[in-house]
Design a binder for this molecule. Structure first.
Ligand code: SF4
Length: 172
């Protein structure tokens, strides 16, 4: 991985940059809950959320709080992890993803400033989290490749990858 960042290894605490959303339609198909994670080492020029970069910023919550919130949202079809960089907290994100799929029947998406290939190479908990996803929007935001017409993405290098058990089934 380009950034061999120290990842948070907790499987029950997650550091967030903002409140959990619901009824979101801009971070994936359908009505979605969104978890905004804190911490990012990519530091893309033109990033819209630089306040999410500090890995010690934001606030920490227990996974039980997350479950309670997600359970209270009605009519959602999925959950998206946004950041910040969700892959800095892969263990707890995977635990939430698996729970939301099993208990709520939701599909699970995540954004990452890392590419699919980098995450695969990195392996470990990051790869395990990726394997629990239905879709990944990958790669850093590159200002020179900015394209406001793309679905759910800000720059042309970013891909919307549909996944099954970690394998790419379709690229949008
Ligand atoms: S990966 Fe996302 S959150 Fe991180 S710096 Fe780039 S645009 Fe910002």
């Amino acid at each position: 991985m380009t950034h061999k960042a120290p990842t948070f290894t907790s499987d029950h605490l997650i550091r967030l940059s903002g409140p959990i959303e619901h009824d979101n339609i801009v971070n994936g198909y359908g009505l979605r809950a969104v978890i905004w994670t804190q911490g990012c080492f990519s530091h893309c020029r033109g990033c819209q959320n630089p306040e999410t970069w500090d890995p010690a910023g934001g606030f920490e919550v227990d996974i039980e709080y997350i479950k309670e919130k997600l359970r209270s949202f009605k009519g959602q079809s999925g959950l998206t992890f946004c950041g910040g960089e969700p892959f800095l907290q892969p263990k707890v994100c995977k635990a939430i993803a698996d729970w939301a799929r099993e208990e709520l029947g939701w599909n699970i998406w995540s954004f990452s400033g890392y590419t699919y290939e980098q995450i695969k190479e990195y392996g470990g908990d990051a790869w395990e989290f990726l394997k629990s996803l239905d879709a990944l929007i990958d790669g850093p935001f590159i200002l020179a490749e900015r394209d406001l017409t793309m679905k759910f993405r800000g720059s042309r290098n970013q891909r919307l990858l549909h996944l099954r058990h970690g394998e790419i089934t379709e690229i949008e």
